[in-house]
Design a protein. Structure first.
Length: 197
């Protein structure tokens, strides 16, 4: 009898359809903007830039995991940061930050792995940036993907990662998803990106 390989499932983390507070794009502790405000979503190891800070741009229900600003920077509570520390220590950097008016520590989650795992044939619909109609540096990237599907065999053992040519997607393994759901009070939800639609 051959061994039966259990299919590993992965999930795209998306903004949850729940009442929640909205946070500003993180800045330096001094309030000065980072040179590259999108750097926390770029899938690369970053130098420690010291404490970051954010503030509430729209009051609402305080959540343990949110995406902040137009860059959708992942910001998490200490309990959620501990999930990433325990299950994906080699896949993320956690940068301490403060949120104005909040005593509790928060963290920016920087996914440092980028994997080339998009299974274009199994995605429902893919949109590339049109020739000549893309922001600089995004040649050949996806503008948007509906019904995203990835090949779990190409995830290189990562538990948390971004996707080559579609870095806007923040992907986690089923183990990470389950642990995050156990923390609860999330401002995000999970869309499966493996297996049939």
């Amino acid at each position: 009898m051959g061994s039966i390989e259990v299919e590993r499932h992965f999930y795209s983390v998306v903004l949850g359809d729940v009442p929640q507070w909205l946070l500003a794009t993180p800045t330096r502790d001094s309030g000065q903007a980072f040179d590259e405000p999108w750097m926390f979503t770029d899938g690369r190891v970053l130098p420690d830039s010291g404490l970051a800070r954010s503030w509430v741009t729209h009051p609402g229900v305080r959540r343990t995991f949110v995406f902040a600003g137009v860059e959708e920077t992942p910001i998490v509570s200490e309990a959620v940061a501990n999930v990433f520390r325990a299950l994906a220590p080699g896949d993320v950097q956690l940068f301490p930050m403060s949120i104005e008016g909040e005593a509790d520590p928060f963290f920016v989650v920087n996914a440092t792995k980028v994997v080339d795992a998009i299974d274009e044939a199994r995605c429902r619909e893919v949109h590339h940036y049109d020739e000549g109609d893309h922001p600089p540096g995004l040649e050949g990237e996806y503008n948007w993907i509906y019904g995203l599907r990835i090949d779990p065999a190409k995830t290189e053992g990562a538990q948390v990662f971004r996707l080559k040519k579609f870095k806007v997607a923040f992907i986690v393994s089923e183990d990470v998803k389950n642990a995050l759901e156990a923390v609860g009070n999330l401002g995000v939800s999970f869309e499966r990106v493996t297996g049939p639609h």
